[in-house]
Design a protein around this ligand. Structure first.
Ligand SMILES: *Cc1c(COP(=O)(O)O)cnc(C)c1O
Length: 414
């Protein structure tokens, strides 16, 4: 069952190993909470994407995991970057990803961020409003550059995922309404400092069925046809990210082969290059969070396992009521039903609720699976907790890729 999360996870002599590394030895060296990533898993997923989408530009969604070392690995694998802030743009460039492979989305880009991106000559701005279009035109003019744009169109479909990560539904803040898209394209064409090169859509995240993609791609392909009829030929069709991963043992992922067939079905006929922006489906199951059990307590008949990782380290359960599978670092047969909670002073601070958890005691370790995407990248210092270390594992070797924060780090902020 573990292998379905990652082929690099296995118990050896009763101890969990990831990418050939004994995790018990690892936590003894680096402490907890600890994020660990399998380089083999990341490269394998990147290569599966490349194999299925040979001619596409694959832009890794940096917001899912911004670790510089992971960005470098993905850059080596030929990936570009999908960024949503000046900070992500800066770090992607530092990781060696060229501006010509970077796309930039986001509803609230600031002048400063836009100028930075114009200066770096990024591949295209995924523009999310008319005002942004005008600002981009003006700033491009002042910098004497012509900027490439694609317009993010909201296909108004329901991806049947958590409402907080459904971005393509009618009332979401993202993109431009489907019904107004043609009008906005016509306006964009009149702006002298912009080159209209693409269309962009991203309908949401953690999608485990093909049908929402089919609905969205159908609508986007119709729009591309209408644009062609108007003489607006697009160089790029950017379909965003969104493929879901296994979080629960019963989840079934969409295979990249099936996804590719759907993309081909709708877009094969267009003279455009496909751009994809996968995040979660590349790194999600390449990472786990290891935490140490502090206390066990029973309160009014309910069991609580209190661990040293909290919502500041892994926000997804608190933010989206997400399920993360939890296994013991030591293989065990005994279980207890209860809540897995962190040390944060919030009732919403939990990692698992009402779950069958490994029966562990103070000092033992638990591994929270599927934590490679939107794990560390959403972490904070709430309750003034130093953020965890990150370690990269590769075929029995390991390397610290972000050191644990210390109390002294706090003083540097003030
Ligand atoms: C978040 C996001 C992605 C990545 O989504 P995943 O579900 O992680 O693949 C891609 N594109 C845009 C515009 C996004 O906001």
């Amino acid at each position: 069952m573990l292998k379905e999360f990652s082929p690099y996870l296995e118990y050896k002599d009763g101890i969990l190993h990831f990418d050939g590394v004994n995790l018990l030895e690892l936590v003894r060296e680096f402490g907890t909470p600890l994020y660990v990533y399998s380089e083999s898993h990341v490269r394998e997923r990147a290569r599966e994407y490349k194999k299925n989408f040979k001619d596409a530009l694959l832009c890794f969604a940096v917001k899912s995991n911004y670790n510089l070392h992971l960005l470098r690995i993905l850059g080596e694998e030929g990936f570009g970057a999908d960024v949503v802030s000046g900070g992500e743009l800066y770090l992607s460039l530092k990781a060696g990803i060229k501006g010509e492979k970077i796309v930039y989305a986001g509803v609230g880009k600031t002048e400063e961020e836009i100028k930075l991106a114009i200066g770096e000559g990024i591949l295209m701005f995924n523009v999310e409003s008319e005002e942004e279009l005008y600002l981009l035109d003006e700033l491009s003019k002042s910098l004497k550059k012509r900027s490439r744009v694609s317009i993010r169109v909201n296909p108004q479909i329901d991806p049947r995922t958590h409402p907080y990560i459904a971005t393509g539904i009618r009332n979401s803040k993202f993109g431009i309404e489907y019904s107004r898209a043609l009008e906005v394209y016509k306006k964009a064409k009149t702006l002298k400092n912009l080159e209209v090169v693409g269309i962009h859509c991203h309908i949401g995240s953690q999608i485990l069925e093909l049908s929402p993609f089919e609905e969205a791609f159908y609508k986007i392909s119709k729009l591309c046809e209408e644009l062609l009829n108007l003489g607006i030929e697009l160089k790029y069709i950017d379909l965003g990210g969104g493929l879901g991963i296994k979080y629960r043992p019963e989840d079934e992922e969409i295979s990249l082969e099936d996804y590719r067939r759907v993309v081909e079905k709708f877009f094969k006929g267009f003279p455009s290059r496909i751009v994809l922006e996968p995040g979660r489906s590349v790194v999600g199951n390449a990472g786990i969070l290891i935490t140490q059990v502090q206390f066990f307590k029973q309160k009014e008949g309910k069991n609580f396992l209190i661990v040293d990782a909290g919502m500041n380290d892994l926000l997804r359960p608190s933010l989206y009521s997400s399920y993360h599978h939890v296994v013991g670092l030591r293989e065990g047969e005994e279980f207890v039903v209860g809540d897995l909670v962190g040390p944060i002073c919030e009732s919403g601070d939990f990692l698992a609720k009402g779950r069958k958890l490994p029966k562990v005691k103070r000092g033992d370790y638990l591994c929270i699976l599927s934590a490679g995407a939107y794990g560390f990248s959403m972490s904070s210092n709430y309750n003034l907790r130093p953020r965890p270390a990150e370690v990269l594992l590769s075929k029995g070797n390991y390397k610290l890729i972000r050191r644990r924060e210390t109390y002294q780090d706090f003083l540097k902020w003030f």
